[in-house]
Design a binder for this molecule. Structure first.
Ligand code: MSP
Length: 648
């Protein structure tokens, strides 16, 4: 029987529309789900909406709707948001589902019968936003620490869950199971809550105050506290207690949440399970918060970013990549559109996209569009294979620990390695020498095979990209996710496979850049921008230019990130270069250099010229090259220099 994996997200309140915070948890769950599928696990992925409680009633009233009609509308927004980002849960649960209500009622009755629910009078400061009572010492100037609203003292008779009875058991359980709550900082946070006496949990609301909830089976004057109701979704969605899904998947439960709901998941939930005689979940995986300009994202602050808008603007996999790569799981991260664009351009367009299109273009050009038969291999090929084997190990380890950003970093080391391998092996040079035909075939094969494996490793993260890459390498994509064994099997790409060059995997996002103000050099030099500057005629020193004239030129080292021919031009090559910032440069070097061999080179450019248009493309810098009247040779710094280094 296959091993099993059960991954859940929080069920989201329907008082707000889906935003990037919800997206992140759900995306992580989808990636983990696909990853374990690729390892051959039987998996289950559940998300949904949390629909009862006062907050939802208030939001519904604002729209002039009754609570159920309102919840139906917003729940649908969540359900429809996920497939748009290629997030595919097996179950979308709603707390208004009849089956869920039945399970909550059953568990309440069971805990009540065992004596762990009692009736008592209670007074406290109630926050509707948090749906809970606060004790005096938790308030900040009389206000809720989260919602900053003044709280009023409410006194009422309610039902309580005897949570305190399980405090010692929980401390012991967390101590014995060191990764029950992870990363460690959140485990410590829970242990620190538990170092104070735990109060019993108020689990009812009188119907005189709130009717939108699940009626207590033992007292119909009350509805259930929304958290006692919501947490049970993780069981009811599996058909607890009788369904085979429950007995199969519950022991493998992995909850994903953000730090905001650590206490209900780290304390209420395990004690509720214990009281109901159910085994605890396997792990609680806690991530940090996405912030926008120093504030957390919330509907009330009005700074919500809709996942759908991001997808429409940048594409599914670019958005998936950004979120998975940018956040260190467990810590807070900052969202900005500039950050997103930077990642798309640097990692996806320039690195992955370029490596892929350079490889396929060269196979098309030098091997008739068919994956060649590799010849003898050398140390460089072994190094590439080792890099891949290490990456596969790391991806597996890191994903299992939820360090998705690290898994992606490791994958990008391979892509970097492949780009460097292209530069070092220079297939365009091998192609000029018939004696090197064997070597050329080996190099092209190794590149294509590396990209096949990269695609397989990437599949749980960026499924569409992986599918495109494999299809264009002439392979089949095994939906929903290719099996992991195929990754480690080097040489899985059959020679003779027809490749399809196709469009760029990730088009670069052009951003209007401020060109730094600088003293423009003389007009005629500007016109010569894309060409090598004309050799100056030797001038006697006494009549030469003052040094200040030379200092007006801002010469910099730049790295070529990507290069392509300008359509319909024999000479012009358009390059994206990094000189500390990214710019476009157009140069007339196309008769002496191919775009492929330019990528990765360090060149010298004049950085402070006015931009000029060449065959419709704006050139924002000028490359230096020597010209003997017949051929050009570009000027390069000797040895490594960081992009942006000044040349003087
Ligand atoms: N309904 C409860 C959860 C019940 S689970 C049994 C709830 N809902 S919520 O709509 O407020 O969602 C909170 C969760 O949404 C967070 O734990 C996290 O998964 C996600 N996020 C919402 N905003 C977020 C950020 N700004 N950053 C990261 N994730 C956040 O609490």
């Amino acid at each position: 029987m296959n091993p099993v994996y059960y991954v859940t997200t929080p069920i989201y309140y329907v008082n707000a529309e889906p935003h990037i915070g919800h997206l992140y948890s759900t995306l992580v769950a989808d990636t983990l789900n696909r990853f374990y599928q690729s390892l051959g696990y039987a998996t289950r992925f559940q998300t949904g909406t949390d629909e009862h409680g006062e907050k939802v009633v208030q939001a519904a009233q604002k729209e002039g709707k009754d609570a159920k009609a309102y919840a139906d509308r917003v729940s649908r927004l969540f359900r429809e948001a996920w497939p748009e980002l290629n997030i595919r849960p097996d179950r979308f649960i709603r707390t208004t589902d009849e089956a869920h209500i039945r399970v909550v009622t059953q568990i309440l009755q069971r805990v009540y019968d065992s004596g762990d629910i009692y009736f008592s009078e209670y007074g406290g400061h109630y926050c509707v936003g948090c749906e809970r009572f606060y004790v005096d010492r938790e308030l900040v100037d009389g206000c809720c620490p989260d919602h900053k609203q003044e709280l009023h003292y409410v006194k009422e008779a309610n039902y309580f869950f005897r949570m305190s009875a399980y405090q010692d058991w929980l401390i012991g359980y967390i101590r014995e199971n060191s990764d029950f709550i992870r990363p460690e900082r959140y485990r410590n946070e829970v242990l620190s809550f538990l170092s104070e006496p735990l109060e019993d949990l108020c689990i009812s609301r009188p119907k005189s105050r709130l009717t939108w909830g699940i009626t207590l089976p033992f007292d119909d004057r009350y509805v259930t506290y929304v958290w006692f109701d919501a947490l049970i979704n993780y069981l009811s969605g599996l058909g607890y207690p009788d369904d085979a899904l429950y007995s199969r998947f519950w022991p493998a439960a992995e909850h994903i949440i953000a730090k905001d709901i650590l206490k209900p998941h780290g304390i209420y939930w395990p004690t509720m399970l214990k009281a109901a005689g159910i085994e605890p979940y396997r792990h609680l995986n806690v991530h940090g918060y996405w912030n926008l300009e120093q504030s957390k994202i919330s509907k009330s602050l009005g700074n919500v970013i809709r996942p759908r808008d991001l997808k429409d603007k940048y594409g599914v996999d670019a958005v998936r990549y950004f979120f998975l790569r940018e956040m260190v799981f467990g810590l807070d991260a900052h969202f900005s559109e500039e950050g997103l664009i930077q990642r798309i351009n640097a990692d996806l367009a320039n690195n992955l996209g370029n490596c892929f299109s350079r490889t396929l273009t060269m196979i098309a050009r030098y091997s008739g569009g068919l994956v060649p038969v590799p010849g003898e291999t050398g140390a460089e090929e072994e190094a590439l294979k080792d890099l891949l084997a290490r990456c596969a190990r790391e991806v597996r380890q890191e994903v299992q620990k939820f360090a998705l950003h690290k898994a992606l970093m490791s994958l990008w080391e391979v892509i970097d390695g492949a780009n460097k391998y292209i530069d070092a092996q220079a297939p365009w040079t091998l192609a000029k020498d018939p004696g090197k035909a064997d070597r050329l075939q080996t190099v092209l094969y190794f590149l294509a095979e590396t990209l096949r494996q990269v695609a397989l490793l990437l599949a749980p993260f960026l499924p569409q990209t992986a599918e495109q890459m494999l299809t264009r390498l002439g392979l089949q994509y095994d939906a929903p996710v290719p099996q992991w064994d195929r990754v480690l099997d080097w040489g899985g790409l059959p020679p003779g496979s027809p490749v399809e060059v196709g469009p760029a995997l990730f088009p670069r996002i052009e951003v209007k850049k401020e060109v730094p103000a600088a003293t423009p050099p003389p007009k005629k030099q500007v016109e010569a921008a894309p060409q090598a500057p004309a050799a100056p005629s030797p001038v006697p020193p006494q009549t030469g230019l003052p040094i200040e004239a030379f200092q007006q030129w801002d010469l910099r080292v730049a790295r070529v990130l990507s290069a392509e021919r300008v359509p319909k031009s024999k000479k012009l090559i358009r390059m994206e270069i990094d000189l500390g910032e990214q710019r476009t440069l157009v140069a007339g070097i196309g008769q002496d250099y191919s775009p492929e061999e330019m990528v990765g080179k360090h060149i010298v450019v004049v950085a402070n010229l006015q931009p000029t248009k060449l065959m419709g493309v704006e050139s924002q810098a000028m490359l230096l090259a020597a010209n003997d009247g017949e051929h050009l040779k570009i000027v390069v710094p000797e040895g490594e220099m960081p992009p942006g280094a000044k040349v003087k």
